[in-house]
Design a protein around this ligand. Structure first.
Ligand SMILES: [Zn+2]
Ligand SMILES: [Zn+2]
Length: 247
């Protein structure tokens, strides 16, 4: 049986969902406490946030210059979250900006239901453009080349230390981030509109780390600040605090 790229993505989304549910049950079965789970998840959310900013505002748009710490923080977040090779995201995202809400947009809600987006069943075609800037970042090229090796190495090491922690780390990071990302792609671009108005309320703006503020982002993709006069962008604060060198 031949599986297409999008079939593999859908299988991964379903598999990560199943492992997340099983992992949560196993965590408590194996003696984990709710406090331990909360501590693990708070730390994990920091890495998911670094992944969200790193895969978009850094590796798709180069909208800020990260510190060395910031770079490794984001790359670690990319590996832990399990999205797959960052270059794939950069290529698809380039098409999303170039052809927003047309047939060439990989994930316009004009042509996809929320479930379709969540299952990763994006529009595929052969007119993608390779983002040349990506190849200037040698650490990102390394992570891109060895992505799945690094992902499994990280998970095997954590599983050897504590299996129940491994089961609630990467799978839930993926599921959480992927679901938020589907919300951004669906609600950030209102169905039928070319670019949505600021239709995310501030709570959703916080939940998506500002990534849902698509109107301001599309107006000027080279800015790392997505805030507008009535929306705060927590992603900008995250970048200023953790990812940019202060010197
Ligand atoms: Zn967009
Ligand atoms: Zn973008």
């Amino acid at each position: 049986m031949h599986l297409s790229y999008i079939d593999k993505v859908s299988i991964k989304v379903i598999l990560m969902t199943v492992i997340s549910i099983f992992g949560l049950v196993y965590f408590f079965y194996d003696g984990g406490t709710i406090i331990q789970l909360i501590v693990i998840r708070i730390i994990a959310v920091f890495f998911t946030s670094a992944h969200a900013i790193g895969s978009h505002r850094w590796l798709c748009h180069y909208s800020f210059k990260p510190s060395t710490f910031g770079k490794y923080f984001m790359l670690t977040g990319l590996v832990i979250t399990g999205y797959g090779r960052p270059l794939h995201l950069a290529v698809a995202h380039g098409m999303h900006h170039k052809h927003s809400d047309t047939l060439l947009d990989p994930h316009s809600p004009k042509y996809h239901s929320f479930l379709n987006l969540w299952l990763g069943r994006y529009t595929m075609h052969d007119q993608y453009v390779i983002p040349t800037k990506f190849f200037r970042e040698k650490e990102a090229i390394f992570v891109n080349k060895h992505y799945w090796g690094l992902f499994f190495l990280f998970n095997i090491i954590v599983a050897f230390i504590d299996l129940k922690t491994a089961l609630v780390l990467s799978p839930i990071n993926f599921l959480y981030s992927w679901t938020i990302n589907s919300v951004i792609n669906y609600h950030g671009h209102k169905q039928g509109d070319i670019i949505a108005p600021n239709n995310l309320n501030q709570t959703l703006a916080y939940l998506t780390l500002g990534e849902g503020l698509q109107e301001t982002h599309h107006a000027n993709p080279s800015l790392y600040d997505f805030s507008s006069k009535d929306r705060i962008d927590p992603g900008k604060k995250f970048i200023d605090l953790f990812l940019i060198s202060k010197t």
